[in-house]
Design a protein around this ligand. Structure first.
Ligand code: PGA
Length: 257
C-alpha cells in the first residue's frame, strides 16, 4: 500500500549539459519500463536550484518528478542567497529534501529551523522529505534512538495528523552517507520500525502505516533490493549512485515484482 519512492539527491554536482544528459540517459533506461514502474515506483530527482529549469524541461512527458534539495521558510524577503517555496513551485517541484545531515553539519541547521521549513513546504503543497540520522559517535555511545527521535519530534513539532500523508521521512545515518558503508538492512529496519512506532503513537495506526520512510546512505544497485525488502523501508534517498544513469536506474528497478 506504500508505493516505493526513489529520490536521487544530486547535491552540489553537475552543470546544465551534464544534468540534461543524465536525465536523458535515465529516461532512456526507465521510460521503456514505465508501465511496470507506474504501479510500483515513484521516482524523483533533486538537482541544484539553478538546474531545476533545465531538468524540468528534460523531464517533460515523463513520470519522474522534480525535487529540491533545500529551501527557505519565508515566501520572500531580505535573505540574501536563499530560495523560497513560491519560487520553486513554478518549476513543478513536488518534493523538497529538508534537514539533510549536510545542511545540519555545514550550515548549522537546527531542528527548529527545519521545522519551520517543513511547515512552509506543507503550506505551499510541496511534499517535505524530513531527514534524520545519527553520527558514528552517537551510534557508538548508544544514542542512536535518542538522536533520531529528537530530530523527528523537532522536525514534526506542530504538524497535524491531516498533514502526515504529505510527509516523507528519510533515515540517513551520517556514518553511511558517502562512505560506501551502508547500514545493513537489519540496522536500518530497526530504526525505521521505531520511527513508525513513534508516528503511530502520535498520529494513530492508519496514518502511520501509510507514511513513507526512506533509507539513505551508500545505497547502490548491489544493496538496494535487500534494503527495500525490509517491511518498514519504503524507498531510498540516493546520493552518489544517482549521478550515473546506470546505477540510478538499477536502484529504481531493484526488487521490482
Ligand atoms: P550517498 O548519499 O548515497 O552518496 O551515501 C545519500 C544522501 O546524502 O542522501
Amino acid at each position: 500500500m506504500r508505493k516505493t519512492l526513489i529520490v536521487g539527491n544530486w547535491k552540489m554536482n553537475l552543470e546544465r549539459l551534464g544534468a540534461r544528459s543524465l536525465v536523458s540517459a535515465i529516461r532512456s533506461k526507465l521510460d521503456p519500463q514505465s508501465a511496470r514502474l507506474k504501479e510500483q515506483r515513484e521516482i524523483a530527482v533533486a538537482p541544484p536550484f539553478v538546474l531545476l529549469y533545465a531538468v524540468s524541461q528534460e523531464l517533460a512527458g515523463s513520470d519522474i518528478l522534480l525535487a529540491a534539495q533545500n529551501m527557505h521558510f519565508e515566501d520572500s524577503g531580505a535573505y540574501t542567497g536563499e530560495v523560497s517555496p513560491p519560487m520553486l513551485k513554478p518549476f513543478g517541484v513536488r518534493y523538497v529534501i529538508l534537514g539533510h545531515s549536510e545542511r545540519r553539519q555545514f550550515f548549522k541547521e537546527t531542528d527548529d529551523l527545519i521545522n519551520k521549513k517543513v511547515k512552509a513546504a506543507l503550506r505551499h503543497r510541496i511534499n517535505p522529505i524530513l531527514c534524520v540520522g545519527e553520527t558514528a559517535d552517537q551510534r557508538k555511545e548508544g544514542r542512536t534512538l535518542d538522536v533520531v527521535m529528537a530530530q523527528l519530534e523537532g522536525g514534526l513539532e506542530g504538524i497535524e495528523a491531516s498533514q502526515l500523508s504529505s510527509l516523507t521521512i528519510a533515515y540517513e545515518p551520517v556514518w553511511a552517507i558517502g562512505t560506501g558503508v551502508n547500514a545493513t538492512p537489519e540496522q536500518a529496519q530497526e530504526v525505521h520500525g521505531i520511527i513508525r512506532n513513534r508516528l503511530q503513537a502520535r498520529f494513530g495506526t492508519e496514518l502511520a502505516q501509510g507514511a513513507r520512510i526512506l533509507y539513505g546512505g551508500s545505497v547502490t544497485p548491489e544493496n538496494a533490493a535487500s534494503l527495500l525488502a525490509m517491511p518498514d523501508i519504503d524507498g531510498a534517498l540516493v546520493g552518489g549512485a544517482s549521478l550515473k544513469a546506470d546505477s540510478f536506474a538499477a536502484i529504481v528497478m531493484a526488487g521490482l515484482g
